[in-house]
Design a protein around this ligand. Structure first.
Ligand code: FAD
Length: 377
């Protein structure tokens, strides 16, 4: 008999899962409170990497994520994975020394990276006009994902293979094998399945709270003080209008990360703050102008363009900053996935979780990411 699965959430995690599960013959219904790819997956820097992640199990998981995106692209399905490579530049001797240490460590773990002289940096990024350049590093396998194209393409593929999609339905109640939803005009629907996968990002916590389960992700209020490790982390992502900037790769320098964008512009991440903003802090709105100014010092062609789009993203953060992919203890028909770096991890998590749900085999890469590591569960 066909295994019936409900996937709650049509972000990067839910859409990759829907595609993978239908590909393996499951009967899939995807439910979302809003539209496809519209929550955290719409406000992300979307850099696919395992660059400096710890501990080792999490670094390996991210590497598997990168490799799964490569495989998906090789199968012809990956128009959304732009494997441009990542150029990190150093503009002082201290930065160069720190970069040397990092590259040495990554290379000794088998991660693909090489150091660059200033001339080699300019060869890769000829439009770069950094006032001082002491060197750099190149990570050739890294890239970025056009998340909207990925989410909508994978969900469409799943629908063509028989999946159903129920947008604008909020899950208001969950029980073993059953969810209840409500539409904005108050209509109530009931769905039943063999397995319910909660891939609702910051929504998982609220859905499970209704069933008396304390799910260990940080509250997305951003209410902690600046620098508080418990702050769920509000990040700001800004994109310019279309521009011939000459930027070829993901480029990272002290205080800024930038990459080409789907609209022909350049997307910036609020690298200087590490995303630790309080959602009510008005200073966050000064970040896009600051980043554009910083980028213009490196790429003068950006002087001809303005910021066109700004989005606030709320990170999906398990309490220890790592991934959760596991069945809920005592309710084995409910499986939860919640993670930061979800763009990188989505393709691998979809393969591993779909396999576990359909065959019962738990992938070794998931062993460290169960719910039992949190005392309360
Ligand atoms: C500023 C920023 C920068 C980032 N940069 C990177 C990066 O460079 N690389 C990287 O790999 N990752 C990055 N991330 C992390 C990554 O974007 C997230 O981990 C990922 O988008 C999470 O995807 P998701 O599918 O789990 O959640 P979401 O995208 O939030 O999707 C969850 C879906 O569930 C739905 N939902 C919620 N509650 C309910 C409910 N009750 N009923 C029905 N549906 C519901 C929502 O509507 C939503 O569509 C970044 C995040 C931020 C904020």
């Amino acid at each position: 008999m066909q295994h019936k699965v409900i996937v709650v959430g049509a972000g990067v995690i839910g859409c990759c899962l829907a595609d993978e599960l239908t590909r393996r013959g499951a009967s899939v219904t995807v439910i979302d409170a809003a539209e496809v790819g519209s929550a955290t997956s719409a406000a992300t820097f979307a850099w696919v990497n395992s660059n400096n992640k710890s501990p080792e199990e999490y670094s390996n998981l991210n590497l598997l994520g990168l490799q799964a995106h490569e495989r998906s692209a090789a199968r012809g399905g990956g128009r959304w994975f732009h494997q441009t490579g990542n150029v990190q530049i150093a503009q002082s001797n201290d930065e160069l020394e720190a970069l040397h240490h990092k590259v040495e460590k990554l290379a000794s773990n088998g991660y693909e990276v090489r150091l660059l002289t200033p001339d080699q940096v300019r060869e890769l990024e000829p439009a770069l006009e950094a006032s001082r350049l002491t060197g750099g590093a190149f990570y050739p396998k890294e890239g970025w994902i056009d998340t909207l194209t990925m989410c909508s393409s994978l969900l469409n593929r799943a629908i063509e293979a028989g999946a159903a999609f129920a947008p604008y339905q909020t899950v208001t109640n969950i029980q073993p094998n059953r969810v209840t939803t409500q539409t904005p005009d108050g209509r109530v629907h009931e769905y039943e399945a063999d397995t319910i996968i909660l891939a609702a990002g910051n929504g998982n916590r609220k859905i499970l709270a209704g069933a008396g389960i304390d799910f260990p992700t940080l509250e997305p209020s951003g209410s902690g003080a600046e620098g508080d490790a418990k702050n769920a982390g509000i990040g700001i992502i800004s994109t310019t209008g279309p521009v011939a900037s000459g930027i070829r790769h993901i480029v990272r320098a002290n205080g800024i990360a930038m990459r080409p964008a789907r609209n022909g512009g350049i997307t910036f991440a609020d690298h200087p703050t590490g995303g630790k903003w309080d959602i009510d802090d008005p200073r966050i709105w000064t970040v896009p102008a600051l980043l554009l100014e910083r980028a213009r010092e490196l790429y003068p062609a950006l002087k001809t363009v303005a910021t066109e789009n700004v989005s606030l993203g709320i990170r999906v953060l398990p309490e220890d900053g790592l991934t959760i992919a596991d069945r809920v203890t005592d309710h084995p028909s409910i499986y939860t996935v919640a993670t930061h770096s979800g763009v990188t991890l989505s393709a691998h998590l979809a393969e591993a979780v779909a396999d576990e749900v359909l065959t019962g085999n738990r992938h070794t890469s998931l062993q460290a990411f169960g719910l039992s590591r949190f005392a309360a569960l």
